[in-house]
Design a protein around this ligand. Structure first.
Ligand code: LMR
Length: 328
């Protein structure tokens, strides 16, 4: 063959070989809304690191924190469309896809993170992982953040103190009912808008974990934080079922193994960070941390108790009973 043709031919061949080599590397875009220095942020980074070590050249993970790519509402649509492959929204944000996850939002249902772990690790929790399969999503793991606290621009000691205040909530009808039960006004809002909302007075308060209150600086724009531990923030690591089932079996198995390892680390970080970030907030002295007495907590419990009855039909009485059994 004429040299004139051989060189371009080799170039084309080389190019197509490198394209097909590249095409073999599976890209997992992992999008989330919190800071990198949170249990979920660290978990996503560790997942990326372990995948790059153990599945080098086969799978690459890219992590997008801080709502850089999508907020939680948009990320589920993006996941359905295949624009991202993994996310870990709070279980409070799946109401459009299943009402069953409302169990995680019931006020004062889980006594502490141990009860929560007992529930997610038990039969009911395992079954709930598949509650959104019919919508094209697969739940891969639960990741812990921790117990939620109540913050506001005035001290919140009893439910009467919350009356008339505007609280930011995640997009959950159960959480809306929780605040309505104390005559407050719930406002569904993206996580990325909360700081601004608090600063400008669009909202008076919010509920979140110590690590989110600290890393997103909510404590700088709130007067008080009541240590209410009234609810939990738990995530569902979620993927697109078609994408996941389409992976080569050995790769899927390795990814599942890595996720198990990461999940254990996330739990440890969540517990550590809850204490450490609470201490940092207390030390900063910008928002006063209020501890509530048992009698005060009982008032909140009683005021919010009707929320359980309101949602037991769509959540399932058996699921609530399984959670209650974990409080022992
Ligand atoms: C929130 O919106 O408050 C949380 O879901 C954010 C997060 O992912 O921890």
């Amino acid at each position: 063959m004429n040299r004139k043709f051989i060189v371009p031919l080799l170039l084309i061949l080389g190019l197509s070989l490198s394209v097909s080599a590249q095409a073999k590397e599976i890209l997992i875009k992992f999008s989330h809304v919190v800071s990198a220095d949170t249990p979920k942020g660290k978990g996503a980074e560790l997942f990326k690191k372990l995948v790059s070590e153990r599945l080098k050249g086969k799978v690459k993970v890219e992590v997008f924190p801080n709502s850089q790519l999508y907020n939680d509402k948009a990320v589920l649509k993006a996941l359905a469309l295949g624009d991202v492959q993994m996310a870990a929204p709070s279980l409070s944000k799946f109401g459009k896809y299943t009402k069953k996850y409302g169990v995680f939002d019931l006020p004062f249902l889980f006594k502490d993170t141990k009860s929560l772990a007992c529930f997610t690790g038990g039969d009911t929790g395992s079954k709930l992982l598949t509650a959104i399969e019919d919508k094209g999503f697969t739940g891969l793991a639960y990741w812990l953040n921790g117990m939620k606290q109540l913050s506001a621009n005035k001290p919140l000691k009893t439910p009467a103190d919350a009356k008339g205040l505007k609280f930011r909530i995640m997009s959950s009808d159960v959480l809306a009912a929780q605040f309505e039960a104390v005559d407050a006004n719930p406002q569904k809002m993206s996580f990325s808008e909360v700081y601004n909302g608090l600063q400008t007075g669009v909202i008076d308060g919010q509920e979140n974990t110590w690590s989110n209150i600290y890393t997103k600086k909510f404590f700088e724009v709130q007067h008080t934080i009541s240590e209410s531990n009234h609810g939990v923030l738990e995530y569902l690591v979620v993927t697109n079922t078609k994408f996941w089932k389409g992976l080569p079996a050995d790769i899927r198995t390795e990814l599942e193994k890595i996720l198990k390892e990461v999940t254990l680390k996330v739990t440890a970080w969540a517990l550590e960070k809850a204490d450490a970030d609470k201490a940092k907030i207390t030390k900063a002295g910008k928002a006063a941390v209020i501890s509530l007495s048992e009698a005060q907590l009982d008032k909140w419990r009683q005021a919010m108790a009707p929320v359980w009855t309101k949602f037991e039909g769509e959540i399932g009485k058996d699921s609530i009973a399984a959670a209650v059994a974990c409080n022992k």
